[in-house]
Ligand binder design. Sequence first.
Ligand code: KMH
Ligand code: ZN
Length: 293
Amino acid sequence: MASVAAGTLLTVAPTGAETAKTDAPALPVTVDELVSTAKASQAAGAAVIHVHLRDDRAEPTLDLGRAREALQAIREATDLVVQVSSGGAVSDSEESRLGVLDCEPDGASLTCGTVNFGTDVFMNRWEFIERLFLAMRERQIVPEFELFDLGHVATMRRLLDKHGAPFGGHVHCDLVMGVPGGMPGTTAALLACVQSLPPEATWSATGVGRTTIPVMLAALSAGGHLRVGMEDTLTFAPGQPVRDNAELVERAADFARLAQRPPLSSDEARVLLGVRSSNAIPSQPSPSTGAQA
Ligand code: KMH
Ligand code: ZN
């Protein structure tokens, strides 16, 4: 087993909420498509799956029944750590974003601030961020703090200072870079964020669109982990649409091996993140966050 510190946590974000199936036919939207994607992504090196749900018309949904069905199917077919999106789509209500947490995921994303999102606004008020954080801790869900901007790092630290450690006792973040309206996908922006994180935190990075590869290389060289997938990237190379999610995971795994930090298994990911394993629930949070409880 590769040591956790020496390996790379690979997360696949296969679907997202903002791309239409008609624009990207390879986008997995049904439960069966999600399961096939999950299996192929695990075989290619992913340890975590970040799940957005679609309804029968392939529109984004936070329907609890659909979420439970998808999670059960993914768990039956793979060992992946299952992280549900609490971000949903830009149009989703706060109540539906809270409600999806009842699907009993291992983890959930938690965005730490409002950000312009192309021509839309992805709204995340301070009080709502607090509610999400507390709801996750109550349900023994490990948050992944989604940080689209340097200010979101400051908000995450404010949250940890006020409320203490998340469930699992460990802080793991994802820097989402290159969203039109958020921080750029550059090495300089990545370093500005990383230098501002709590020292014990772990982090991954995601480069949207054409920032995918520069962000991946910067993250690997700075000791970070990787998130890839069709939520963030639809073009594999100029003029070449992504074949499927596994193609992106395979490339990320190759880069990780080249950096001599091979992909972590899902069991290793559970240890790193403090996620419940099938037969053990982590003891209550120990403050490894750098935050004051
Ligand atoms: N769909 C974006 C507006 C998350 O999953 O938590 C938000 C998003 C973040 O994808
Ligand atoms: Zn997402």
